[in-house]
Ligand binder design. Structure first.
Ligand code: AMP
Length: 407
């Protein structure tokens, strides 16, 4: 369990509190916010700070402006939508450092909220002075000078060591915000101190992007179901015929090593026992269910078959915790979304009826579970991509390290 400093551990009254949020919201063609989930995620922490009489200063990146001002990447447009959600005025500073910003911070009243301009307008956010990836400590210090306390509330950027995340977090007393806390508590519950038996379900396109993740999960889980395109690599490594399927034949030894590691760690691997195949990679392509090794010329595996789904549902029945990353098939192309939909809906029903703890995240997982209309039934869905994967790989995240209790 990660033992980290939380908002409740600090008295923020009258303090200048720098809060790292992730306001990197998607925009539509007209520059309007198409999904305000990220703004909403920050509201509980901001409200708690307002209630405590803190002076809240919000820091965020937006887009990739490459270290210079770009009007299209200005956070100015977010002040009004944020103000509406908070039902309180939100001030805006046209730079995130400098004397003018300092002057605005100095006028900020208790309970006041100030949004600073995009941190990525400064090269020091993401690069050292000599242009290496990292951050410029002088820029981090200039940000830190604006506050007394740092609250990290953006798990989605916790895997990055940048000025407005790690840099400020090292310069000021750092605490997790309420969204970060929720994320860390759920991820810990699924992976660090889970109720056993625990099952992992890892799907998606390729093994090559998830080798560390698979190896780490085999050390922690009782069952690991492998699906999607990556299952083909395992099936081929075991000598099965996968025809024209997506498959990384060059990773045979890696796949066999992962299977060996799982055996040593007593983690049962569940691979497909039947598959849905088609000759065209497109929605509603003519298809059939077949056993392994019964593929005909030109056929490719695009989904798990019904026997496999039944096996997965049985395994879920035996488990108290489920951690899910990646679809079980080419879910964007119906009917090759069938296994993903059936298993996702079943898991969400087990959450409600049997108290299963089901946590999901990373990459296409959120889209797949939304597509299955099962996301609401999960105990927790992480919308963080890279940070979720890095956590699941068992690697430390610089944005979390700064929050850990040292005593
Ligand atoms: P990832 O980003 O690694 O989670 O991969 C997600 C992608 O894998 C989705 O776009 C799926 O369509 C794709 N995928 C899953 N299963 C298969 C499969 N059997 N063949 C081809 N693509 C697949």
């Amino acid at each position: 369990m990660v033992d980290f400093r939380r908002l409740e551990d600090v008295d923020t009254a009258q303090k200048r509190v720098l809060v790292r949020v992730d306001f990197n919201v998607p925009l539509d063609g007209d520059g309007r916010i198409s999904d305000d989930t990220r703004l909403r995620a920050a509201i509980p922490t901001i409200k708690a700070l307002q209630a405590s009489g803190a002076r809240t200063i919000l820091l965020s990146h937006f887009g990739r402006p490459d270290g210079k001002f770009d009007p299209a990447a200005s956070l100015a447009t977010l002040a009004t939508p944020l103000s509406k959600l908070l039902e309180t005025p939100v001030l805006f500073a046209p730079d995130c450092i400098g004397p003018q910003t300092r002057a605005i911070v100095d006028t900020l009243a208790q309970g006041g909220v100030l949004l600073l301009e995009n941190t990525r307008f400064h090269p020091g956010e993401t690069h050292t002075k000599d242009g290496q990836k990292g951050y410029d400590p002088a820029f981090a210090q200039a940000l830190a000078d604006l506050g007394d306390i740092f609250i990290h509330d953006a798990f989605s950027v916790a895997h990055r060591a940048q000025a407005s995340t790690t840099g400020v977090g090292l310069a000021l007393p750092a605490y997790a915000g309420l969204a970060m806390e929720r994320e860390l508590d759920h991820l810990s519950m699924a992976l660090d101190v889970p109720k056993h038996p625990v099952m992992g379900l890892v799907g998606g396109a390729k093994v090559s992007t998830k080798i560390d993740l698979l190896n780490n999960l085999t050390t922690k889980l009782d069952y690991l179901a492998i699906g999607g395109g990556m299952a083909n690599t395992f099936l081929a490594a075991l000598g099965h015929e996968v025809g024209a399927s997506l498959c990384e034949h060059g990773l045979k030894n890696t796949a066999l090593e992962i299977l060996d590691n799982a055996k040593i760690a007593n983690c049962e691997i569940l691979l497909p026992v039947d598959v849905v195949v088609a000759t065209d990679f497109k929605a509603h392509a003519p298809h059939r269910v077949c056993a392994l090794d019964e593929l005909k010329d030109g056929e490719m595996i695009l989904d798990a078959g019904p026997k496999t789904v039944t096996r997965l549902l049985d395994a879920i029945d035996r488990c108290q915790t489920l951690i899910w990353n990646g679809p079980l098939g080419a879910f964007e192309l119906p009917p090759f979304d069938t296994a993903t939909i059936e298993v996702a809906r079943y898991a969400s029903r087990r959450v409600k009826a049997h108290g299963l703890i089901a946590v999901a995240g990373g990459g296409d997982t959120v889209a797949a579970l939304n597509h299955a209309r099962a996301a609401d039934g999960f105990s927790f869905i992480s919308t963080a991509g890279g940070a979720f994967l890095q956590w699941t790989e068992g690697k430390s995240l610089p944005g979390i390290e700064i929050l850990k209790k040292s005593d």
